[in-house]
Design a protein around this ligand. Sequence first.
Ligand SMILES: Cc1cc2nc3c(=O)[nH]c(=O)nc-3n(C[C@H](O)[C@H](O)[C@H](O)COP(=O)(O)OP(=O)(O)OC[C@H]3O[C@@H](n4cnc5c(N)ncnc54)[C@H](O)[C@@H]3O)c2cc1C
Length: 506
Amino acid sequence: MAQQLIKKIVIVGGGTAGWMAASALAKFLEESATSIHLVESSSIGTVGVGEATIPTIVGFNQFLGLDEPDLMRRTQASFKLGIRFDDWAGPGSRFLHPFANYGVPLHDIPFQSIWARARAGGDRTPMEAYCLPSMMARDSRFALPPPDNNNPLGEFGYAYQFDATLYAQYLSEYAMKRGVQRTDARVREVHTRGSDGYIESISLDSGERIEGDLFVDCSGFRGLMIGESQQASFEDWSHWLPANRALAVQTESVAPPVPYTRSTTREAGWQWHIPLQHRVGNGYVYCSNYQDDEQARETLLRNVEGKLLTEPNTLSFQTGMREVFWKNNCVALGLAAGFMEPLESTSIALIQSGIRLLQTFFPRHGYRQCDIDEANRQGREIYQSMRDFLILHYKLNRRTGDPFWDDCRDMEIPETLAHKLAVYQSRAYLVEYGDEPFKEGSWLSMYAGFGIDPESYDGRADRISETELGRSLEQMKTIISNAAKLAPVHSDFLGNYCQAPLVGAT
Ligand SMILES: Cc1cc2nc3c(=O)[nH]c(=O)nc-3n(C[C@H](O)[C@H](O)[C@H](O)COP(=O)(O)OP(=O)(O)OC[C@H]3O[C@@H](n4cnc5c(N)ncnc54)[C@H](O)[C@@H]3O)c2cc1C
């Protein structure tokens, strides 16, 4: 085997991205002689939000070999079955984006066409009746997916709602136990090689200089290495995703935690509600062109329950991504690579996909431009697919009378998304471009949630007899409804699973 050329990895940043990268690389390289050095600055601190996740995180923790109940106890985590969207489809509306599919196909005909056929015949059963996590979430129930399940109606994913700072701490212990060295200092300068721009070393305010072969930029929005040193430009997506501010505040719990994140529309954006074991994370994501910071603060404080535990913290951001997340020997992860706003809790999942690409194309025998290009191509596809999914929420909104929401409905959308939407509207067909992070069930939850009734459906659905159609749909509904009723109340399940007392649990 050729010699391992990456002897030292330097990570700048100790937020969620930095410690996820350090842990995963320590695990990935545990048999090698590569050393990992992480530099973070406690005087700069981290962004300190990012509490809701999507199911990919479960696989990440399993790769590291973490003990789930222990992790959940120490990060004050609750389970998450999806996101509930309140008022997005008009005043008083509610629908869940579950981490699951709906129903099962009949004779190979996709479920949404079966459902559309029944609907055309007058059946008004909502799509959520065919989805187990939707039905569990409705009654605040939770059970883990059965490990040896052979019924597709019982398949679903889950994620966590946790304290992201505690998660980073948990991972820092994990990484340091596996040899990652940590330095608390501010990076003052990044030194590059004149010939090709590769980073050679960083110097710290302590005077120390750290050399490396691979530099991982987890320095947050600023992108200290990928932006300032490597000059990877930033692609602005604010014409599609216009929110540019967030106010975050923590409150005391007034009820046991529910197994979903809540997103509710407000005048110039939307408010999040993320219930953890011991408190609730709240925030208002808005666009400052439509509402000033003081009005936004009033909007948020008017709409939170429970005593404030922190002062509202303002964060400014721009949605978009770096043209490339990997340039020369610098790989950007987390906010340094891009940010799309937290509507679907995608940032931690994007850190994870960046780590996966770094592992797949790890420069074991030196850097090759074709590998870097492929990693960047795949990274871009993931970002663009998530971007389109988020834009869909805004485009389909039915909150009328507020300039922000009216403008979102009127905006031009990317061609990739316009095509998907048009084909669904035409014939209930779900277009997928390759291996997209949000699968069919996610897209379907949006179309059904926003009340998009397709003009037609897969013609084969008409060949199913009325009797078979009615019986099959009834069976699916019954199986799901019975399974949901058997699931324990979320807070009881959580209390038992983590062996932790919960506020307000029965
Ligand atoms: C309002 C909001 C809500 C969010 N909600 C979610 C969510 O629900 N789910 C989700 O998945 N994601 C969410 N995110 C994103 C999530 O917070 C981030 O993706 C995640 O925290 C990773 O951040 P980071 O580690 O890239 O950057 P940061 O947390 O900003 O960390 C940057 C690190 O770099 C260090 N650093 C910077 N400059 C220097 C220097 N010169 N020298 C040394 N060290 C330096 C800092 O000390 C810090 O350790 C949200 C983001 C925002 C803004």
